[in-house]
Design a protein around this ligand. Structure first.
Ligand code: CO8
Length: 258
């Protein structure tokens, strides 16, 4: 709906498309939008039919960051009492794969939101950055840490210390995005990937997401053990038997998520 700040389209193939919609502010993430986003992710995580989620800001812009108007008079205690970490938590805890479709600006909290996704598809117009330092601020929703882990210390430091804005091509080179496509293909590509994943066993997909995400912050031996356990757990699923049987019967598997 035109006057909603967040739109949701759940397709019959199990792909949910979440669209930020505050065009007058370049999709700035005000408190209301973040609250709605969190509630939507909780709803999508609990849904039996949704198997993959695409998040987009539309054709022109992903999100220009936190709504700077929320920062004009706020003091430390105000910021603390907002407890905005709870809104990010709903996205972090979503067990389903998330694909970000990024055209135009993904700055500050917008870049941080994109980095909450598992796969980032960037249109050629995409421009990323953590410009908070230019406001006398710093990234506050994972920007320093997710960027560091995604692109390494020296690229990350340059980005967060200077606030420089960089192109989709640069982001691709440093490993911040999964793929760069023409702008008019960004959403289609993200939906295509989400659709492919939605056809796979949702239990296997969730285990892969969980192990890969948790493993990134663990010592290798522990992460390998976690992977091994998750691999073994999948042998008790109907989907695993279906996948293997379908291979030998030379047919497409029909996964039930059981
Ligand atoms: N917050 C509020 N309003 C914004 C924001 C924003 N982040 N970005 C743009 N707008 C508004 C502008 O004020 C303008 O409003 P108006 O028409 O009333 O003057 C309108 O959107 C259009 O903006 P511009 O005219 O500037 O459009 P341009 O296409 O010329 O420029 C830019 C687009 C480059 C995106 C430019 O608007 C800009 O630099 N925006 C600010 C980017 C920024 O500094 N982002 C970081 C914000 S701080 C942050 O994200 C901290 C994160 C901490 C935790 C995470 C919380 C989500």
């Amino acid at each position: 709906m035109e006057n909603e700040i967040l739109n949701l389209d759940i397709q019959s193939n199990g792909v949910a498309i979440v669209e930020l919609h505050r065009p007058d502010t370049r999709n700035a993430l005000n408190l209301e939008l973040r609250q709605q986003l969190a509630a939507m992710f909780e709803q999508l995580a609990a849904s039996d039919t949704v198997r993959a989620i695409v998040i987009t800001g539309g054709e022109k812009v992903f999100a220009a960051g936190a709504d700077i108007r929320d920062f004009t008079t706020a003091k430390t205690v105000d910021m603390y009492l907002r407890h905005t970490e709870q809104y990010w938590r709903a996205i972090i805890d979503c067990p389903k794969p998330i694909v970000a479709a990024v055209n135009g600006y993904a700055l500050g909290g917008g870049c941080e939101l994109a980095m909450h996704a598992d796969i980032i598809i960037a249109g050629k117009s995409a421009q990323f950055g953590q410009p908070e330092v230019k406001l006398g601020l710093m990234p506050g929703a994972g920007g320093t840490q997710r960027l560091l882990r995604a692109v390494g210390k020296f690229k990350a430091m340059q980005i967060v210390l200077t606030g420089k804005i960089f192109s989709a091509e640069e982001a691709d080179k440093m490993g911040l995005v999964s793929e760069v496509v023409e702008d008019d293909q960004t959403l289609a590509k993200a939906v295509e990937i989400a659709t492919q994943i939605a056809q796979l066993s949702p239990i296997a997909v969730e285990q892969i997401k969980e192990v890969t995400t948790l493993g990134a912050n663990m010592p290798l031996d522990g992460a390998l053990a976690l992977e091994r356990k998750a691999f073994q757990i999948l042998f008790d699923t109907q989907d695993q038997k279906e996948g293997v049987n379908a291979f030998f019967e030379k047919r497409s598997p029909q996964y039930q998520g059981k």
